[in-house]
Design a binder for this molecule. Structure first.
Ligand SMILES: [Zn+2]
Ligand SMILES: [Zn+2]
Length: 160
């Protein structure tokens, strides 16, 4: 009998991983960070999340829109996986960004807080992408993920 194939859990980053969040990512520079194995596009929404819900949503969406707008084809060519944060304020825009990447045939992982969790689960399963839970803002989890990839050159989202 043929040996059962064991699915590899650890994927080596051949190109780079791109992390996208409208919030800070750990202690990485806010804005654009280019490392050896990770590139990061991050905003500063979480620490400026104030005002009416309408304003918070608008601010988060604008922050994410500006980050993604600055992405060039050559940025994406150097990347073979994308890890994107979906929170509460930037929910709609972040989901649209993820859908775009998935439609372009890119490997995407959603990192999301548990606000509106069932909708996030539904979207991840519809798109067929992994979903990783984090606390609101995603700052520390995204930071851990980025640090681990940068250090090891591997994406291992199990147990993060
Ligand atoms: Zn917010
Ligand atoms: Zn949340």
């Amino acid at each position: 009998m043929e040996k059962q194939k064991i699915r590899k859990v650890e994927k080596t980053v051949k190109k780079k991983a791109l992390l996208v969040s409208y919030n800070p990512v750990g202690d990485f520079t806010i804005g654009r960070f280019e490392g050896k194995h990770v590139n990061i596009l991050s905003g500063n929404h979480y620490h400026n999340c104030i005002g009416s819900e309408k304003r918070r949503v608008r601010d988060a969406e604008e922050e994410l829109g500006a980050l993604v707008h600055g992405l060039k084809t050559k940025d994406l060519d150097s990347v073979d996986q994308i890890i994107a944060y979906v929170g509460k304020c930037g929910f709609d825009r972040a989901v649209k960004v993820i859908e775009r990447f998935v439609n372009e045939g890119r490997k995407v992982t959603m990192v999301a807080c548990d606000c509106n969790w069932s909708a996030k689960q539904h979207i991840a399963s519809r798109l067929g992408i992994p979903l990783v839970e984090c606390s609101c803002g995603g700052e520390s989890k995204m930071g851990e993920i980025a640090e681990r990839i940068e250090k090891t050159g591997k994406v291992n989202l199990r147990g993060v």
